[in-house]
Structures are given as structure tokens and as C-alpha cells.
Design a binder for this molecule. Structure first.
Ligand SMILES: [Zn+2]
Length: 429
């Protein structure tokens, strides 16, 4: 049972059921310097509920987005894979909607202009809305017009008054981070030209549940959506989803296409019906699906701790690969500190020499692995485990092995051969 006096942010129903309770944790994109280690650290509950009436999975708002997003440390352009994804999308949608120099593209949470630059290159007028001033200024330097504001009623009204309505309105990985979803959808509706199109991308709840991606839960995300839930929300704001596709980004996302419900020019594909039907068939309309997730999360923690305790009792050394947001959530939830891992490595030089918030694990360059020759490397970014195993195959020289905790506990040798669970048991018992 969840906390008292909490209500669903979508329908107002009291929230009584836990989806996942990951304890109290510091914010994930914070890294400590050595002189911060003996100071007090603010922590916030990471307790995610679901609404039994509308099935929205949601986090109680314990910290406001204004506290999180004033200065954002993540520059979208720093990920090559994400840039390529953005370039492909821009090309696809510009052709599909026949966008040209008379069109207007607006992106909400436009970060450093990672996406809008690909429209600007095609001479399509663009405008970004981005509240984090440091990343927004980077976009402006690139020549991407950007207003440094939260996307709220005031901003939307201002843009409409300036005659800046969108032919294409984009929101990637933003709807999860909005506390007031209804207000957000009203603003999107207001900013969309009568013939305009909205595309939104967000991590798909179906993957989160089925692939056990609980480490993607964070204080920055207030809601997690199935297609059925988001479609109802859109419909209630007179927006109609006419197409949807599953895309591989962020562990499996949905991209939805919407227009004004009043717009009769656009014909609906049959994909929305198919995705909705598939969710019904796989139990996503039943509360049991959501109720059972918390136990799966706890079992993942027990399995990971079980193997770490066993290898540590055999006096083996273990280090962690990855100091990103998901690693933060997983290690803080499991209480894995230097009692289990000697250190973390991360390729981002800005994180090296710092410490992970909460666990205080030191973050070092991956060269350290060659130097200390650990018996096990715990791979935390599960979505790129194959690349990491390839990159780190040198651990075979000292018979090192890889452990991957998600979606289920697996062990690999240095060549990337999965060791069966029997071998795994014999080796570590
Ligand atoms: Zn609800």
C-alpha cells in the first residue's frame, strides 16, 4: 500500500498502490567532489505509484522541475547515437510533411539544438523552447533560435501572440518530466496550427515492465505511459493520435503522431488499434500487471546482492562499468558501495575523479581496469552490453568475467559467451 493523501495527477483518484519503491536517493545527475563526501546529502523518496482507475504510473512530486532544470548537465549532442537518430528523424518527417522555408518547426525541451539543427540545415524555420540556460545558450551559439523558458501557459500564449504556431511540434523525452500533464497538453494544442502535427517520443512503459528496466525510474520523471493511457489523455484534450511506431531508443520507446481532433484531412493508420489491442492482450489494462512489478524489482536486487556476496566471500574483486543515471538508481537502491565494488569507470572525463552521489563510489577512467585487473566487471548500461564486452575483452587475459544485472542476472566470459546459470552457480557457490 502506498502513502496517504496522494492523488493521481491525471484523474485525481487517490493513489493506493505501489508500482516500485526504490527507497530514498539523491538526485541522479549529481556527482560529488572529494570535499563533499563528509557533508550532508539531500535525498528524496523514489516511490512510484500507479492509479487503479486510469493506470497512469507516476512519481509523487517531491522536487520541482524548476529545481532540477535550471542548469542541466546533459548535452544531447554529446551522444553520437542520439544525434544520428535525430538526423534520421528530421529527414523522414521533413519529407513526409513536405516542410519548407514557409513551415515552422517548434521543439519543446530543445536542449542544445541537437535536433533542430537538422531542420535549419534544410532552411526550415525552427524555434526551440528550453528552460536550462546553459544548454539553451549552446543552441543559440549554433544559430538555433531558442527561448529560455519553461513550456507553460504563459510561454505558449506569448508564442501564439507572436504568430509562432507550429506545423510540426516536437517533444522528445519530455512528457514524462512534466508534473502537470493536462496543462502541458493544453499548451501543445494552443501552439499547434489547425493543420499541424505533433510528434512525441517517450520511453515505453511496456518495455520498462517486460524488460525489467526499473533503473530508468528517476526523480526527473513524473509519469510513465502505456499507449492506451497516453491516447486517452490526448483524446481528452481534443488531440487525436493517428499513427504510432516503436523505436529502439532508450531501451525501447514509442513515437506517436497526433493532430487536432477537428482536423479531418489526416487519415489514421491501423497501428494505433494494433498497439492498443496488443496492450489489452498482454494484460496492460489489468492492475495485476502493475501490482506484480515491485516484487520483480526486489527479486532483481536480491539476485544481484546474492552473487556479489558470494564472489566477495571468495575474495574476488568487482568493479562497475558506467556512472550514468541508471547506474545511480540501481546501485543506490541495492545499497552497493565500496563494500562490493572497488570503483566505477565511465568514459565521460567530466565524471572522472568524482564520486557517485549516495554510494560515494569513486569514478575513474576505464584504463584503471587494465591496471587493477578485477575478477568481475559489473556492466550497468545494459542496452550497450555487447559493445562494452567487445571493448573490454582484455579482461580475458586474467580470466575476468562480466556480470549483467538487467533484465535478469547473467554472466559472460571475456569473449561474450553467456555462461549458463548452472556454470554460474557452480563457479560462485
Ligand atoms: Zn488516475
Amino acid at each position: 500500500m502506498g502513502a496517504k493523501n496522494l492523488n493521481c495527477r491525471s484523474c485525481g483518484e487517490p493513489l493506493k498502490y505501489t508500482f516500485a519503491d526504490l527507497g530514498v536517493q539523491p538526485l541522479c545527475e549529481s556527482y560529488l567532489s572529494i570535499d563533499q563526501l563528509n557533508k550532508m546529502e539531500p535525498t528524496y523518496p523514489l516511490h512510484i505509484h500507479f492509479c487503479k482507475k486510469c493506470l497512469l504510473v507516476q512519481l509523487e512530486e517531491s522536487i520541482t522541475p524548476k529545481e532540477i532544470y535550471k542548469k542541466y548537465s546533459y548535452f544531447s549532442s554529446s551522444s553520437k547515437g542520439w544525434l544520428k537518430h535525430s538526423e534520421n528523424y528530421a529527414e523522414m518527417i521533413a519529407n513526409k510533411l513536405k516542410l519548407d522555408s514557409k513551415s515552422q518547426v517548434i521543439e519543446i525541451a530543445s536542449n542544445d539544438g541537437y535536433l533542430l539543427q537538422f531542420f535549419a540545415q534544410r532552411n526550415i524555420p525552427v524555434l526551440g523552447v528550453e528552460p536550462a540556460s546553459n544548454v539553451a545558450e549552446e543552441a543559440i551559439k549554433k544559430g538555433i533560435p531558442t527561448i529560455i523558458e519553461f513550456f507553460d501557459k504563459e510561454t505558449a500564449n506569448y508564442l501564439v501572440e507572436q504568430d509562432k504556431q507550429a506545423d510540426l511540434l516536437i517533444g522528445n523525452n519530455i512528457i514524462a518530466q512534466v508534473p502537470d500533464i493536462h496543462g502541458f497538453l493544453d499548451c501543445m494544442k494552443a501552439l499547434l496550427k489547425p493543420s499541424g502535427i505533433i510528434t512525441l517520443e517517450f520511453h515505453y512503459l511496456k518495455n520498462l515492465i517486460e524488460k525489467n528496466q526499473f533503473d530508468t525510474l528517476s526523480h526527473e520523471r513524473f509519469s510513465y505511459f502505456s499507449f492506451t493511457v497516453i491516447e486517452k489523455l490526448f483524446t481528452s484534450h481534443d488531440l487525436s493520435i493517428f499513427d504510432v511506431e516503436e523505436i529502439p531508443t532508450h531501451g525501447g520507446s514509442l513515437r506517436i503522431y497526433a493532430c487536432h481532433s477537428e482536423n479531418q484531412q489526416i487519415s489514421k493508420t491501423n497501428r494505433p488499434d494494433e498497439v492498443r489491442e496488443s496492450e489489452r492482450e498482454t494484460g496492460f489494462l489489468e492492475i495485476q500487471k502493475y501490482l506484480s512489478f515491485n516484487e520483480k524489482v526486489k527479486e532483481t536486487k536480491r539476485n544481484l546482492l546474492d552473487i556479489l556476496i558470494k564472489v566477495k566471500r571468495k575474495r574476488k574483486s568487482v568493479v562497475g562499468y558506467g556512472a550514468h543515471a541508471e547506474a545511480h538508481t540501481l546501485l543506490n537502491y541495492c545499497g552497493i558501495r565500496t563494500d562490493f565494488l572497488d570503483y566505477l569507470v565511465d568514459r565521460n572525463p567530466n565524471k572522472q575523479g568524482k564520486f557517485q552521489a549516495g554510494t560515494h563510489l569513486p569514478i575513474l577512467s576505464s584504463d584503471k581496469i587494465q591496471e587493477t585487473k578485477p575478477d568481475y566487471v559489473l556492466i550497468l548500461p545494459w542496452s550497450i552490453k555487447k559493445e562494452i564486452i567487445n571493448q573490454m575483452s582484455q579482461i580475458g587475459r586474467w580470466e575476468g568475467r562480466f556480470i549483467v544485472p538487467i533484465p535478469k542476472l547473467e554472466m559472460y566470459d571475456a569473449q561474450g559467451n553467456e555462461l549458463t546459470s548452472t556454470v554460474l552457480k557452480e563457479e560462485v557457490v
